[in-house]
Design a protein around this ligand. Structure first.
Ligand code: FAD
Length: 218
């Protein structure tokens, strides 16, 4: 299926021309992002927790310590709404009202379930590590049995998903175009700075290419 079906919940009503349901386009956004926000209700109270994630096929994985409140609550099979946002620019209009942002964002609705199967759990952790730095999993020490035990992995199926994308210049009121105010887009991008080697790193270990040429736009 190349498109996610738009459901009662995922049908974009506000500015529907910005809606995207194309699976490939949505997965590109998910694969570029680094942080998701997981919203859920626990004990009748809402909470939104920022956390890392990984994707393997049509599943999004979040993970953490077995002591994590979020993971403990969610492992019981709680409904979640997960968002990932890429901020592409500040849209500076001639009026305060029409200021905006260029963005690509994804919203996922579903029920998180704890991953019990050890092989799937390892695969999820591989997806997690590769999501952060592709190529890293084959170099690092894999998790031990006790590390696996200390880690909760939750799977969220990518079934009910939407994206919304804004691009382009500010959209001002016609009368405002003659105002003497700078208007346009200030593009924003996530770029790495110079890598800082760990103080205990052996001098013989070279900087890997996936760090040297790190780039989220894959
Ligand atoms: C960086 C950023 C800044 C924003 N700033 C503002 C702002 O200042 N004010 C404002 O009103 N809105 C802003 N938005 C848009 C905002 O995310 C909502 O789309 C908007 O507020 C409409 O919400 P709604 O619940 O009425 O949408 P509805 O269209 O009623 O939502 C219905 C369904 O559409 C989908 N959907 C809605 N919004 C998104 C989204 N952003 N990404 C993916 N799927 C979506 C979901 O499946 C949702 O359940 C911003 C978005 C981003 C990413």
């Amino acid at each position: 299926m190349t498109e996610f079906a738009s459901t009662e919940r995922t049908q974009v009503r506000r500015l529907p021309k910005r809606a995207v349901y194309d699976r490939e386009a949505i997965y590109r956004i998910l694969d570029e992002g680094l942080v998701c926000h997981v919203g859920f209700v626990a004990d009748g109270r809402p909470a939104v927790i920022p956390t890392g994630y990984g994707r393997d096929g049509d599943t999004l994985y979040v993970h953490g310590s077995v002591a994590s409140r979020m993971l403990r609550d969610l492992a019981k099979g709680v409904e979640v709404c997960v968002t990932v946002t890429l901020l592409d620019g500040l849209v500076l209009a001639r009026s305060a009202f029409h200021h905006s942002m260029n963005y690509r964002s994804v919203m996922i609705f579903g029920t998180a379930a704890a991953v019990e199967d050890q092989t799937t759990k390892r695969e999820a952790l591989r997806a997690f590590t590769e999501h952060i730095a592709p190529g890293r999993w084959r170099e690092v020490r894999p998790p031990t049995e006790s590390e696996l035990k200390a880690t909760t992995v939750l799977a969220i199926p990518l079934k009910e998903v939407s994206a919304k994308v804004r691009t382009g210049p500010p959209l001002d009121d016609e009368d405002d175009y003659s105002l003497p105010v700078w208007a346009g887009v200030l593009p924003l991008d996530l770029r790495p700075e110079q890598p800082v080697a760990d103080s205990r790193l052996s001098a013989s270990i070279e900087l890997p290419d996936y760090v040297r040429f790190y780039n989220r736009h894959r």
